[in-house]
Ligand binder design. Structure first.
Ligand code: PHE
Length: 339
C-alpha cells in the first residue's frame, strides 16, 4: 500500500513538472483527484487494509491528496501569471516610437499667396475691404471713367448677367463704392476674383485673382505710388527687386503705368520664363483719375490718390515656377500637395 501511494506521488510530480500551461494543470488535477482517479481508488482500497494499518495509510492518502491539491493550485497560479505576462509582453507598445504622419489639410496655393500679400500690405498700413463679384456696370465701368461707347470697354470681355449686372472684370469695382462710404484718408487693399470672357490657356483663364489697392489723401504723389510698389515687392520676395515702369493706359488713372520686376530666373539676361525680355509684368497702376474721385464724391481739388491692381496667380507662378495657370483650378492632389 505504501508503495503504491509513493508511486502515484512520483507519477504526479513528474507530470506536474512537465506541464507547461494552466490548462494542462487543470487536467492534471482532474486526472489525480477526480472520481475515476488513483487517489479515490486508494481510498476505496482502504477497506482492504488491516484495522491497525488503516489510520496510518489513511493519513498518507490524505496528505497525498492535499499535496496534489496545493501543488496543482500553486502550479496553476504560476502558469497563469506567466501566460498573462507573455500576453501583455506581446501587446506592449513603444511610446517613444515616432508616429505615423497623417495627411493634413492645407489652404490652396492661391489662398496661401494671398495671405502673404495681404500680411505685407497690412504691415504697411493698408486695411482690407471687399467688393462684390456680381456688380453693376456702374461700379465696374462707369464710375471708373469708362464712357458708354468707350473703346476701352472692349479691353475686358465681360460676362453680363443682365443688361445692368455683370461679373466684375476687375477688383477696381471697389474704388468709387468705398469712396462714397468713407472719407479720406483711405488706404485699403481689396483682394478677390475677377472674371473675363477669354480663351482658357496656359497663361489666361476666365477667372483669376487680383489685389486692388488704393490710397487717397491730401498730397498723395506719384513718387508715393512708386515707393509703395517698390517696398511691397522687396518684402514679397524677401530681397531687393529691380523694377521697371512703363507708361500705360487705363481709363481710371492718369498717368497710368504698368510695372515689371526683374526676372528672378535669369536676372534680366533673358530666358523662357520672361520670354527673353528679362522682365515680368506684375501690376497695373496709376494716379486716380479726377473723374473717378468725383464719382466717389471725393473733391479732386483737395485730394489725390494712387491705385494699383496686381494679378495673384501671376505672382504665385513666378514664385514657384508654375508653368500653367490652369493648374490652380484642376484640383490635382499631386499639384496641391506640394504647397
Ligand atoms: N484694374 C486693372 C486691371 O484689371 C488694374 C489697375 C488697377 C490699373 C488700378 C490701374 C489702377 O487690369
Amino acid at each position: 500500500m505504501d508503495k503504491s501511494i509513493e508511486k502515484i506521488r512520483e507519477e504526479f510530480i513528474s507530470e506536474l513538472n512537465s506541464a507547461s500551461t494552466s490548462t494542462q494543470i487543470e487536467q492534471l488535477k482532474i486526472k489525480f483527484l477526480g472520481k475515476k482517479g488513483p487517489i479515490v481508488a486508494l481510498m476505496r482500497s482502504l477497506k482492504d487494509c488491516s484495522k491497525e494499518e488503516r489510520p496510518k495509510v489513511g493519513q498518507l492518502i490524505n496528505s497525498l491528496k492535499e499535496e496534489v491539491a496545493t501543488s496543482c493550485h500553486k502550479g496553476f497560479e504560476d502558469l497563469l501569471l506567466r501566460e498573462e505576462k507573455v500576453k501583455l509582453e506581446s501587446q506592449k507598445i513603444d511610446v517613444t516610437m515616432p508616429g505615423k504622419k497623417s495627411n493634413k489639410g492645407r489652404s490652396h496655393p492661391i489662398r496661401q499667396i494671398l495671405n502673404h500679400i495681404l500680411s505685407i500690405f497690412k504691415e504697411m498700413g493698408f486695411s482690407i475691404q471687399y467688393s462684390p463679384n456680381i456688380d453693376s456696370e456702374h461700379y465696374n465701368f462707369e464710375s471708373l471713367n469708362f464712357e458708354d461707347d468707350h473703346p476701352a470697354r472692349d479691353m475686358q470681355d465681360t460676362f453680363y448677367l443682365s443688361k445692368e449686372m455683370l461679373l466684375r472684370t476687375h477688383t477696381s469695382n471697389i474704388q468709387a463704392r468705398l469712396m462714397q462710404k468713407e472719407k479720406p484718408p483711405i488706404r485699403v487693399v481689396c483682394p478677390g476674383k475677377a472674371f473675363r470672357n477669354e480663351n482658357i490657356s496656359a497663361r489666361s483663364h476666365v477667372f483669376f485673382h487680383q489685389v486692388e489697392g488704393f490710397y487717397i489723401d491730401e498730397n498723395v504723389t506719384f513718387a508715393d505710388l512708386i515707393s509703395t510698389l517698390n517696398s511691397f515687392f522687396n518684402k514679397f520676395f524677401g530681397q531687393k527687386i529691380k523694377m521697371r515702369f512703363r507708361s500705360s493706359y487705363f481709363p481710371f488713372v492718369e498717368p497710368g503705368l504698368e510695372a515689371d520686376i526683374e526676372c528672378l530666373v535669369c536676372s534680366t539676361k533673358g530666358c523662357a520664363i520672361c520670354k527673353n525680355t528679362g522682365w515680368l509684368e506684375v501690376v497695373g497702376a496709376g494716379m486716380i483719375h479726377p473723374n473717378v474721385l468725383k464719382a466717389g464724391r471725393v473733391d479732386p481739388e483737395k485730394y489725390t490718390g494712387y491705385a494699383w491692381g496686381l494679378g495673384v496667380e501671376r505672382l504665385q507662378m513666378l514664385l514657384n515656377n508654375i508653368p500653367d495657370i490652369r493648374m490652380f483650378t484642376e484640383n490635382d492632389e499631386r499639384f496641391l500637395s506640394q504647397f
